[in-house]
Write a protein that binds this ligand. Structure first.
Ligand SMILES: Nc1nc2c(c(=O)[nH]1)N[C@H]1C(S)=C(S)[C@@H](COP(=O)(O)OP(=O)(O)OC[C@H]3O[C@@H](n4cnc5c(=O)[nH]c(N)nc54)[C@H](O)[C@@H]3O)O[C@H]1N2
Ligand SMILES: Nc1nc2c(c(=O)[nH]1)N[C@H]1C(S)=C(S)[C@@H](COP(=O)(O)OP(=O)(O)OC[C@H]3O[C@@H](n4cnc5c(=O)[nH]c(N)nc54)[C@H](O)[C@@H]3O)O[C@H]1N2
Ligand SMILES: [Mo]
Length: 772
């Protein structure tokens, strides 16, 4: 691991820097020789789907298509290190709980099922039969099926997710907290109301035709590196790329393609973003309203001068509802308020609106900078409004593009991992399987934590992920998990959540994407759905990390057999051949007609997206313009008001946004560098505007504690010991890494209409660190 230092990163994203980092990762994970074969198969027609992100692939590509962070994800899974029962059993769980996230996962791949023994405070090996019997015993002992919660993290395949939801519903609950609750839930909810589908409308081909791409609150250089290839091609073609991000992100500025020898050798790079705007944290709704307000003005001007109008009148008239209300609202919005709340000047917003007004094809992309706010749903709908005004949905080279995180988070939802299932879907399950599925709403992530905290849920089952580390309000979440009678995690690696356990606890090791999944009829494929609704197959190529690993579908099947002895679902027969699971999926979802046949074509098939056909699956049958006020009631506003009332300086309250470093995958910390932001060998840093730092009388490099100050929050929240790093970020805003900062987010602070924790706008004060 490199030495701790802060250094301005001068290179472009991608390029030699990326390859050096790749080489280092490979060495660290000791898979250099075998690893090349593994990597060559990632995202190739006959290989496995990269467990990195949900960005789609160009089909039939023959080039060595990889990205640096995909390499890290693959290398981490294909590591030669093994977290055997003996290795884990060397330490008490209380001791393991104090280890850094990185060190827990660095023990390597789990090899055998583990059970927690309270007498020794250690994990020990247990047989699969005993493990399933333990879970079944607990589930059957509950007073109601609703006292169990079943979490899913987005790497679970369609086949596993389908069986999982089927088992849980036959068991009798809709308690499906999901990582997407913490992620793109506001995109799903916002888009469903605006355009009738909770998914993006664009394809990769649209990126070839767009002449204007907007990127809100997303950091593709780190989180979706393959997207940079599309952006680079668009930029080379002359498309304008407008980024809205409080932080200057290197990966949004310049990019050298590791696949282009000319750029690599010449040290050249393509400028990605043509115009970079740095709104305040949480300022996006105000900024979007400013953009739309000026589009209205430009439209009037264009018409007066006999030029082509900016608004698409015909589209608005035929396809939408609510435009007049939005227009009136925008006209009434005062520029001083827009400027103050967005942190952008009228001139900047005019400039951006002019680019958007001239474009023939506009794509809007967004990530967590938009969704993880109290008004995340509103912000998503403002993006939809902006495109709808110009008729930019359902035409080539244009559309909505929420960029998903986990490689199958979208597919899991499609398969019914949903705490609020539709009646039509439940009716269908009932018809196909003959049991009565539960009809009432289940718990989402926040709801599940509250239920465990309040003693309304006693069993936690996690299909992947790292619930204890990914969720907000760490003290409350840990106490909730520790109150459970049983906690169970299906996982590839040992992580924090396994140390925050119920009275009884199990860790069940499963195969990863890169591994051969051998069942009775031979090696199996699974399917996944990418961020652009393409469903395709994935098959591992490596030998399993241990002969004791089971696939996720097999784990669900055996759990179902143990728990539901009278089930009429042929669980074991289904997992003998995953084509049979796909046949069942086809029986439940019309969109999967001919599933097996279509998915076995190279590249798979794209699910129908009605909005991209200009068919609006909304109650009105039209696309819906939404009106939202410029937020002045966020937790940050409230904390500043409270400070003002108490006679304190409101500017001492900072809006903290929690972001990912380059060397992490969510709660998995591969290394301690964040190269593009110039941070090396450390993670406990807080990015601050130098003017703010000076006003606090603190030196660069000084250590501070981040202290939560949400109004009405009675819990004392301190994230201790962060080094101040001067950064190009607006005053009043600071940024630090997740998950170190999750304890600062109160459980009660979440998005309206989606309950996504407000991880991107946390009110904090900075105080000199009390212990170094
Ligand atoms: N290598 C790697 N890849 C990943 C992941 C990973 O951890 N590592 N995670 C995966 C997952 S699950 C997801 S959801 C995605 C996440 O991908 P992103 O959405 O890119 O994730 P973040 O790093 O959380 O931050 C997004 C960006 O939002 C900006 N931002 C913060 N607050 C605001 C705001 O108020 N307004 C605006 N406009 N911008 C803001 C931040 O500066 C940052 O650049 O990536 C996926 N891919
Ligand atoms: N403060 C703050 N909090 C956040 C966010 C933020 O930006 N800021 N982002 C949120 C977002 S967008 C998300 S998606 C969540 C992520 O929340 P999760 O999805 O719960 O977390 P991950 O870190 O992705 O999970 C990592 C673990 O998954 C297991 N794993 C890996 N591959 C597999 C597999 O193939 N099968 C199984 N069964 N297990 C596997 C490994 O054991 C690994 O330890 O965090 C959220 N929390
Ligand atoms: Mo995510």
């Amino acid at each position: 691991m490199s030495q701790a230092k802060i250094e301005f990163y001068k290179g472009p994203a991608g390029g030699w820097g990326a390859l050096r980092s790749v080489a280092r990762q490979l060495l660290q994970h000791r898979i250099a020789a075998k690893g090349a074969r593994t990597l060559l198969s990632a995202n190739q027609p006959d290989g496995f789907d990269c467990p990195g992100c949900a960005w789609p692939d160009r089909q039939h590509t023959s080039s060595f298509e990889f990205c640096e962070n995909g390499v890290k994800a693959v290398a981490a899974e294909a590591t030669a290190d093994r977290a055997t029962p003996e290795l884990i059993g060397q330490h008490t769980v209380s001791a393991l709980r104090t280890w850094p996230d990185h060190d827990l996962e660095a023990m390597g791949r789990l090899t055998e099922p583990l059970v927690y023994r309270p007498a020794t405070d250690r994990y020990e090996r247990i047989t699969w039969d005993e493990a399933f019997a333990t879970v079944a015993r607990h589930l059957r002992a509950l007073a109601s099926p609703d006292e169990a919660v079943f979490y899913t993290s987005g790497r679970t395949s369609n086949e596993a997710a389908f069986l999982y939801q089927l088992f849980v519903r036959e068991f009798g609950t809709n308690n499906f907290p999901d990582c997407s609750n913490m992620c793109h839930e506001p995109s799903g909810m916002g888009l469903k109301a605006s355009v009738g589908v909770g998914k993006g409308t664009v394809t990769l081909e649209d990126f070839e035709h767009a002449d204007c791409i907007l990127i809100f609150g997303q950091n593709p250089g780190t989180n979706h590196p393959r997207m940079l290839g599309e952006l680079r091609a668009a930029a080379k073609r002359g498309a304008r790329i407008l980024s809205f991000n409080p932080l200057r992100e290197r990966g949004l500025e310049r990019f050298a393609d590791p696949q282009s020898p000319v750029e690599m050798l010449g040290g050249g790079a393509t400028a990605i973003t043509s115009d970079y705007f740095q709104p305040q944290v949480g300022g996006d709704i105000a900024a979007l309203k400013g953009l739309m307000k000026h589009l209205l003005t430009l439209d009037v001007q264009a018409r007066a001068e006999g030029r082509a109008p900016v608004l698409d009148d015909a589209f608005i008239a035929t396809h939408t509802q609510g435009f007049q209300a939005l227009k009136a609202d925008l006209l009434a919005e005062p520029w001083p308020l827009i400027e103050r709340e967005s942190g952008l000047s009228q001139a900047q917003l005019h400039h951006a609106a002019e680019v958007i007004a001239r474009a023939q094809g506009v794509i809007a992309c967004w990530g967590m900078g938009i969704t993880q706010h109290r008004h995340g749903v509103g912000a998503v709908q403002m993006i939809a409004n902006l495109l709808l005004m110009r008729g930019m949905v359902g035409r080539p080279g244009a559309g909505l593009c929420p960029v998903r995180g986990h490689s199958n988070v979208q597919g899991d939802r499609t398969m019914g991992i949903d705490e609020k299932p539709t009646t039509a879907f439940l009716d269908r399950l009932e018809r196909v399987y003959g049991f009565a599925p539960p009809r009432h709403e289940g718990f989402d992530t926040i709801g599940a934590i509250e239920a465990m905290r309040d003693g309304r849920a006693h069993v936690f089952f996690g299909m992947g992920g790292n619930f204890a580390a990914a969720t907000p309000d760490t003290p409350a979440t840990w106490a909730a998990l520790q109150r459970c009678a049983l906690t169970v995690h299906v996982a590839t690696k040992f992580n924090r959540s396994h140390t925050v356990h119920g009275r009884e606890a199990l860790v069940l090791p499963c195969l990863g994407r890169t591994e051969i999944d051998q069942q009775a009829t031979g090696p199996q494929h699974v399917s996944v759905e990418d961020s652009m609704s393409t469903v395709h197959l994935s098959a591992g190529i490596n030998e399993p990390a241990s002969p004791h690993l089971l696939s996720e579908p097999m784990i669900v099947a055996r759990l179902a057999e143990a728990t539901l002895p009278h089930s009429r679902v042929p669980w074991r027969w289904l997992v003998e051949d995953y084509d049979r699971i796909r046949d069942h999926i086809e029986r439940v979802f019309d969109a999967f007609q001919g599933f097996n046949e279509k998915v076995h074509h190279p590249g798979g098939f794209r699910l129908r997206n009605t909005a991209s056909e200009r068919v609006w699956a909304t109650p009105s049958g039209k696309a819906q313009f939404a009106v939202h006020a410029i937020p002045q009631d966020t937790a940050v506003h409230e904390a500043r008001d409270q400070a003002r009332q108490a006679g304190h300086q409101p500017e001492r309250v900072f809006a903290l946004t929690t972001v990912r470093a380059h060397d992490q995958y969510n709660t998995t910390v591969y290394g301690l560098d964040d190269r593009y932001r110039g941070v090396f060998g450390q993670r406990r840093v807080v990015f601050v505007n130098a003017a703010d730092r000076q006003a606090l009388g603190l030196a660069e490099g000084a250590w501070v504690d981040l202290v939560g100050c949400a109004a009405g929050d009675t819990t004392e929240r301190v994230a201790p010991g962060f080094k101040l790093v001067d950064y190009d970020i607006p005053t009043g805003c600071v940024a630090a890494y997740y998950p170190e900062t999750n304890g600062l987010v109160p459980l009660s602070s979440h998005a309206i209409g989606a309950r996504t924790p407000t991880s991107k706008s946390v009110p904090v004060t900075l105080r000199p660190a009390q212990e170094a």
